[in-house]
Design a protein around this ligand. Structure first.
Ligand code: ARG
Length: 490
């Protein structure tokens, strides 16, 4: 099998170290479906346009389709691939590892259909070919079945389910990780729903810009054949063709954008994971992960660890690294294609795989956890979560907010010394604490204002944690979930 596409000009053999170092087959072989699909359409176009004889185009297409069928059924065996560049390229007695997926597909084709196969690469370069493959891959990875958008929606669905089931539990809301004001658990969970919703929009937006077909750009300058770029783009499901051949072969904006969007998803998942880690500690005990989604310790028999959530948190760093790697690769590259650009794929694949794994882990981890709502309510009853509302009560009765803030601060200090809650104070104690002139502002209805349910319910404006706005929020989130998929809306 011919494993090089460019032997003619060279008298000497390529050094093993260079062959290994530049080899991309071990990671770009996963583009095989896209590579075959794009090659089939390209060959058809060559035949239709009379660039190669029609019957040779047909033989090429039949050969590529047979390769696809044989790969799908497992009849065709993949050449072995090393797992790192060091292990790429087999030893002296074994066949060489192909340089990349494009090389392998063409070699397989020539094996099957002979000379006709050598016409496939007419009016094409690997520089535009790899760009079409990667764009096709990205569309499927983000918006296709089993892709990122689907996995994001599954996690959103779990959040909505939990919000329906336990949503009206009162828990402490935090600022600075200090108990601040009571919130509904559902409101807290749905905060992540909206982050993920923005993530979906970003993915769709990225795909809109990536949706241009680069084929026909050739190596860099376009090709001197009457190619029908529009037809190729339509056949491959692109909405348009790229505008500039130099840009088309060297642009990796869409990879950087996808990596940015995936990084933002990981940043969100990492925050969620951090809360799971915190909440499953004995100090919080707001949640208990199911045994299936926890791990043990090799030395401490009592341990039940949230390793999965910790890894999601940790892997955020890895995806940020993928983004930074590609940004750095592209910075300072002169036009047009440079081999540096081959470095985009491992980063992109790694980020997609990591995000998919994290989403697919978190969804069932949350769905199967025990949500200890009694612990949340207990935690909410300490920590003076109703202090702001006592101040608001005084404001409603006419006191300026700053004075009310001061008076309630005194009341809190008094309670801390006494070891009690604001609602445990007597009417007289409360009156004494706000000061002589204002004592009559405090009436028995103050105890209603201090009840946590009423503190929550008082937040009636849309977007707040109150029961009514929360029910509306939940309905809005549920109905969004029912709507279409990323890239298909508009
Ligand atoms: N494997 C390369 C890449 O991923 C595509 C091949 C282009 N190579 C070349 N020498 N022009 O970018």
């Amino acid at each position: 099998m011919e494993t090089k596409l460019w032997g003619g000009r060279f008298a000497g053999e390529i050094a093993k170290i260079l062959a290994r170092f530049q080899n991309s087959y071990r990671f770009d072989r996963r583009l095989w479906r896209q590579d075959l699909r794009a090659s089939i359409v390209h060959a058809r176009m060559l035949g239709r346009q009379g660039i190669i004889p029609e019957e040779e185009a047909e033989r090429i297409v039949a050969g590529l389709e047979a390769i696809r069928a044989d790969l799908e059924s497992g009849r065709l065996r993949w050449p072995e691939a090393g797992s790192t560049w060091e292990s790429a390229v087999a030893g002296p007695h074994e066949p060489e590892e192909p340089e990349d997926i494009h090389t392998l597909v063409e070699a397989w084709l020539v094996e099957r259909v002979g000379e006709a196969g050598k016409r496939l690469h007419t009016a094409r370069s690997r520089n535009d070919q790899v760009q079409v493959d990667t764009r096709l891959y990205l569309k499927e990875a983000l918006a296709g079945p089993g892709g990122v958008d689907e996995a994001v929606r599954e996690l959103q669905r779990v959040l909505v389910e939990l919000a329906k089931q336990y949503g009206e539990t009162i828990m402490p809301g935090y600022t600075h990780l200090q108990r601040a004001q009571p919130v509904l658990l559902g409101h807290h969970l749905l905060a992540y729903f909206w982050m993920l919703e923005r993530d979906r929009q970003r993915l769709a937006d990225c795909l809109r810009r990536a949706d241009a077909c680069p084929l026909g750009s050739g190596a860099l300058a376009g090709v001197p054949y009457p190619v029908d770029r529009e037809w190729v783009a339509r056949e491959l499901g692109f909405s348009r063709i790229s505008e500039n051949s130099l840009d088309a072969v060297s642009d990796r904006d869409y990879v950087v954008e996808a990596l940015s969007d995936l990084s933002i998803i990981m940043m969100h998942l990492s925050r969620l994971a951090e809360e799971i880690v915190l909440w499953s500690s004995s100090e919080f005990s707001f949640v208990e992960l199911s045994d299936s989604y926890s791990t043990g310790s090799s030395i401490m028999p009592q341990k039940k660890n949230p390793d999965g959530a910790e890894l999601v948190r940790g892997k955020a760093g890895r995806v940020f690294g993928d983004l930074l790697a590609v940004l750095t690769v592209c910075k300072g590259l002169p036009l047009a294609y440079n081999k540096d650009l081959q470095e985009d794929k491992e980063a992109l694949f790694d980020a997609v795989d990591t995000v998919l794994g994290s989403l697919r882990l978190l969804a069932p981890m949350l769905a199967t956890a025990r949500w200890r709502t009694e612990r949340m309510e207990e935690a909410a009853s300490g920590g003076f979560l109703n202090a702001t509302d006592l101040a608001d009560y005084l404001v409603r009765k006419g006191m300026p907010f700053r004075r009310a803030h001061e008076a309630v601060g005194r009341a809190v200090r008094y309670c801390l010394e006494k070891g009690c809650r604001l609602e445990d104070l007597s009417l007289d104690e409360l009156r004494g604490l706000v000061g002589a002139g204002a004592a009559q502002l405090i009436q028995p209805d103050v105890f209603e204002a201090l009840a946590l349910r009423n503190v929550v319910a008082a937040r009636r404006a849309p977007g707040s944690t109150g029961y009514e706005p929360f029910r509306q929020e939940l309905a809005a989130a549920s109905s969004l979930l029912e709507r279409g998929q990323v890239g298909k809306e508009d």
